[in-house]
Design a protein. Structure first.
Length: 637
């Protein structure tokens, strides 16, 4: 047995880490002393009792909601809320380091940790080409065994597609009995085995493995090949679980049920059929060495889509185009889907469930180098549904990401759009508590460097919904982020939303309700920008504004900042009439520790300003009773 597939020191690492791209340094917690400062404010201003009562209220309501398959990692956040930003910092640190170094298996191990699964530890890997086909056969058999207690994979695929369609229209998918039955089956899936299979597939994607297979046959293969495959091949072997192909250095077209493709070069075309697992193909691996390639799966899943199985797509170099529909670009649905792009200025477009997205599985999209464009309007760019983790990790480059513009607003708001993307976790919540409630998963988006533009609709950018956890980490660059309702470190109904920015002169805009560390109903939100001259534009419930049994904490470190607008509650205010009705209180925290001359809106309360400390209580009158519904603290140093 080997500890992991991609050791940190071997010669392979030299191939993986491109010039000018260094793995991010481990973040010292002392660099984020603002976490401790915020925690100290709670004790210093006698708010620790409010925090304790809030944790007790969460526990009481969690028992009433009875969410199924709640990850232990999520439960710990609600028990110790101020550990949440530290946990997010440490996890995203590891994901960034492993992603840039090329230890993809360790990124998947992080997903396993979140889900409470054993760390995937693959067995000893084959060292030569004749072992490839038997190994693929073994992986396919192990994949099918993972569904032993779940059901027939063909039926599951049809049911999964129906659920994804319903979820695109409403979050209340458990209103349909068929979807409730599928959710119950999904809980029996052996996801740990599928993660291990994905790690073993990644072995064959490494440059040294590809170089070995490159020499299998120096000449052109003249034997039979699958229909839909054109161009010169060096090898073609048919197996019961899909074809095994090695393409030559010229242009090729791949449109067939494929277990494995190694393409040595050229400007190639890949269809969705060739780049996904399915009921017919349990295990699918695509490795493209070079070229300006076009990956297209506009009809159905593809491009590293793990549908009822495992699919891995790895592109080593080239300015590539990824064009997907539903479930694409490193996405898992009752499976594991991985897309890794080593280098190039790439364009990604997809409809939904894409770019590191998963429902009942794990999805990983990792782009190491290049200035990329990523567009997918719904459940994408780091999205985790129930029993899932979705990860988008971007190494370097000035990127533009868009998740809006197609699916109508959840609230019917004209000009706004639903998204649930960019670090978003979502569960299946039902208003009728007698129906099964399914806790959400984790969605994470990690950007290691570059001046980026992020545009997301409702429910996005570090957003959690019904025991879902959404995390965004930006490790550098002058970035611009714009979100709609419930955007940027926010949550609703037991949601956890966290956004951490290491530095840069950034712009944060969430002009609708609930955003930039503002939340609603039994949730917690943490926003921290460590340094830089930043601009904040918020709507109602923002900048440390908490409502209905919630905690919201806004933290800004060094820099001269501009606060353009904010609607109540904001600036460390908290409370709502429903808090009073429940006998609970919300807790709001605003901390600007930069020491510079900041600018605040004229509409802000008179105690909001530089070098100010103010504690507040919200006195609420419901008509039948009057009392304190929330407490908070504002500090500018």
């Amino acid at each position: 047995m080997v500890p992991h597939l991609f050791p940190v020191v071997p010669c392979a690492l030299v191939v993986l880490v491109a010039p000018g791209l260094a793995a991010p340094a481990q973040t010292a917690q002392s660099d984020w002393e603002i976490f401790g400062q915020a925690r100290a404010l709670v004790s210093a201003n006698e708010l620790h009792t409010t925090e304790k009562n809030l944790v007790q209220a969460w526990a009481k309501h969690m028992e009433r909601a009875r969410p199924r398959v709640l990850p232990t990692a999520t439960g710990k956040l609600f028990a110790q809320p101020f550990d949440a930003p530290v946990d997010a910092l440490q996890r995203t640190d590891r994901m960034a380091q492993h992603g840039v170094r090329g230890s993809w298996d360790l990124v998947l191990a992080e997903a396993a940790s979140i889900l409470g699964l054993p760390t995937p530890i693959p067995g000893q890997q084959p060292s030569q080409e004749p072992a490839l086909v038997p190994h693929l056969r073994d992986l396919a058999q192990r994949c099918e065994a993972a569904f032993k207690n779940v059901g027939e994979r063909a039926e599951l695929e049809a049911s999964m597609n129906a659920l994804l369609e319903s979820l695109s229209q409403t979050v209340y998918v458990h209103e349909e009995e068929a979807h409730r039955e599928l959710s119950a089956k999904a809980a029996r899936l052996d996801r740990a085995s599928l993660l291990t299979i994905a790690c073993e597939l990644l072995f064959w994607s490494m440059p040294q493995s590809a170089s070995t297979l490159e020499n299998v046959s120096p000449g052109i293969f003249r034997g039979p090949r699958p229909e839909g495959v054109t161009g010169d091949l060096r090898m073609a072997v048919e197996t019961p679980h899909g074809w095994v192909l090695i393409g030559d250095r010229g242009p090729n077209r791949y449109d067939a049920d494929v277990a494995y493709i190694l393409d040595l070069g050229g400007d190639d075309f890949y269809s969705g059929r060739a780049t996904r697992s399915s009921a017919k193909v349990p295990v699918n691996l695509i490795v493209d060495r070079s070229g300006t390639d076009h990956y297209q799966a506009t009809e159905g899943a593809g491009l590293g889509a793990g549908m009822v199985g495992v699919s891995v797509l790895v592109d080593h170099s080239g300015d590539d185009t990824y064009e997907g529909g539903r479930l694409a670009c490193g996405a898992g649905a009752l499976g594991v889907g991985v897309l890794v792009d080593y280098d190039g200025d790439d364009v990604y477009t997809a409809d939904s469930y894409a770019l590191g997205s998963a429902v009942f599985g794990v999805g990983l999209c990792l782009d190491r180098l290049g200035s990329d464009q990523m567009t997918s309007p719904l459940y994408s760019l780091g999205f985790g549904g129930p029993l899932s983790v979705g990860l988008l990790v971007d190494g370097a480059g000035n990127d533009k990401r868009v998740a809006r513009g197609v699916y109508p607003s959840h609230y019917g708001t004209k000009g706004e759009f639903n998204a649930a993307s960019m670090g978003a976790g979502l569960g299946f919540r039902m208003l009728d508590l007698s129906l099964p409630q399914l806790a959400g998963g984790w969605g994470l988006m990690v950007d290691c460097a570059g001046d980026d533009i992020n545009q997301v609709g409702e429910f996005g950018c570090g957003m959690g919904y019904f025991f879902g956890v959404g995390i965004v980490r930006d490790m550098g660059g002058n970035d611009s982020t714009e979100a709609s309702r419930y955007g940027i470190a926010t949550g609703a109904h037991f949601g956890v939303g966290i956004v951490l920015d290491d530095g840069g002169d950034d712009s944060w805009i969430a002009a609708s309700t609930a955003g930039i560390a503002g939340n609603w109903d039994l949730s917690m939100s943490f926003f921290a920008d460590r340094e830089g001259d930043d601009t904040y534009r918020g709507g109602g419930i923002c900048l440390g504004g908490a409502t209905i049994t919630s905690l919201a904490c806004f933290m800004d470190g060094a820099g001269k900042d501009t606060y353009v607008s904010a609607g109540d509650p904001a600036f460390g205010q908290a409370g709502h009439p429903q808090d009073l009705g429940r006998g609970s209180m919300s807790l709001g925290i605003f901390l600007d520790a930069g020491g510079a001359q900041d600018s605040y809106p004229s509409s802000a309360p008179d105690w909001v300003g530089d070098e100010s400390l103010h504690t507040s209580e919200s006195i609420t009158d419901t008509g039948t009773e009057t009392g304190v519904s929330g407490r908070g603290v504002f500090v500018d140093r």
